[in-house]
Design a protein around this ligand. Structure first.
Ligand code: PLP
Length: 388
């Protein structure tokens, strides 16, 4: 039986041709395809600088370093995210804390954030960076978070790994109107793919320069940035401790090709979500709620089981659907419940809205090539699991 996954890439002949063309060219990496991809995404998002890297995890790391996150500093994010949104702080030797979610959007709750900031101010432990995560592709309440950043003096990295193609107050996610840096992911389950890959976006030229160095060993060939005149035409200088976080030209060519279909992908995701909304309306599940200012990228379609109205458990519903070839998933296990984070001192009960969400959430299959027949199969199986 063919499994219907929760997400998957769409690779067309034109994508394959674009990658093969690079394979036959002079540059497999550090060639012209990477800047082309960066310019394509920067133009789409309406942002001044875009730097491609080999994953969103790397993007988060260099974003934190560029904002000078270091030992003794704090980074706050949502517990309902992939672990990478929090791990980036630990890479820099900094501390992590979490802000509970809004029970309607499942994104970081600005009211909870304000309350926690007031408490942190009293004990002198304000965060240096806050990382709002646009869960499922739905933008966070960025205007509210941005207002708080002015009042409490923190920097903002948007984790938009789910959200390219989405809009906030009518403007594209990634324009950094309410943040210092935005991070994108191009993993195959995400909205567009480069196999592995990510990007940092910013309107701040100094941050862009810093991240460009960090992406490639901290090495510059720009004489203006060197400590003395170049020794000769071969010369370069390492002026920071950087990494090899570069994206290849093969991947960038795939990204450029995928970008031509981005709007169609997101539109198709909205069609499928609308259809799910209708087909699931009678079931004992809570459907996704749309934040008024947001047009979601719709990376995920998450329903929450109304456990009081059904006889089966959350795990039994998962088991039932998986046995029938429906590749449902759960995004995410709250980060503070991971063993590694428990060793840092976090414990169950700290973020109750996130833990309630975790007890009820199911990601249903959602990707542009999902057919209506497959979607009917998903809905039929869910009816069976909920015995309706
Ligand atoms: C996928 C994802 C990441 C990490 O992306 P990679 O490109 O796989 O490193 C980070 N944050 C969120 C919210 C994600 O979904």
């Amino acid at each position: 039986m063919a499994v219907i996954p929760y997400g998957r890439q769409d690779i067309r002949q034109e994508d394959i041709d674009a990658v093969v063309e690079v394979l036959q060219s002079d540059f497999l990496t550090q060639g012209p395809a990477v800047p082309r991809f960066e310019q394509t995404v920067a133009d789409y998002c309406g942002v001044a600088h875009a730097l491609a890297v080999n994953s969103a995890t790397s993007a988060l790391h260099i974003a934190c370093l560029a904002l000078d996150l270091r030992e003794g500093d704090w980074l706050w994010t949502s517990p309902i995210t992939f672990v990478a949104s929090a791990n980036c702080a630990l890479y820099c030797g900094a501390n992590v804390d979490f802000v509970d979610i809004d029970p309607r959007t499942y994104n970081m709750c600005p009211v909870a954030l304000a309350r926690k900031l007031e408490q942190a101010e009293r004990v002198g432990r304000l965060p240096k960076i806050v990382v709002p995560v646009h869960l499922c592709g739905q933008p966070c309440d960025m205007a509210a978070i941005h207002d708080l950043s002015r009042r409490f003096g923190f920097r903002i990295i948007e984790d938009a790994s789910h959200a390219i193609g989405g809009r906030y107050k009518g403007e594209p996610v990634g324009n950094c109107a309410y943040s210092d840096i935005t991070v994108l992911s191009f993993h195959p389950v995400k909205i567009i793919t480069t196999a592995e890959g990510g990007m940092v976006l910013t309107n701040n030229g100094a941050l862009a320069d810093k991240m460009a160095l960090l992406r490639s060993h901290g090495i510059t060939r720009d004489a203006a940035r060197m400590t003395h005149e170049p020794d000769g035409p071969w010369y370069y200088q390492q002026i920071e401790l950087g990494f090899n976080y570069r994206l290849t030209d093969l991947q960038a060519a795939l990204g450029v090709s995928q970008m031509t279909r981005l709007d169609r992908y997101v539109h198709r995701r909205h069609e499928l979500a609308h259809r799910y909304d209708g087909l699931l309306s009678g079931l004992p599940v809570r459907l996704p709620w749309s934040f008024p200012d947001a047009y979601s990228g719709l990376h995920l379609y998450v329903v929450r089981l109304e456990l009081d109205s059904i006889k089966t458990s959350h795990a039994q519903v998962f088991g039932f659907l998986r046995e029938r070839g429906i590749g449902v998933n759960l995004h995410y296990i709250p980060v503070h419940l991971q063993p590694y984070y428990q060793r840092l001192g976090f414990h169950p009960g700290q973020f109750p809205e996130s833990e309630r969400y975790y007890a009820e959430a199911i990601s249903l299959p959602m990707y542009p090539t999902l057919t209506e027949a497959q979607q009917d199969q998903v809905v039929g199986a869910l009816h069976g699991a909920l015995q309706t």
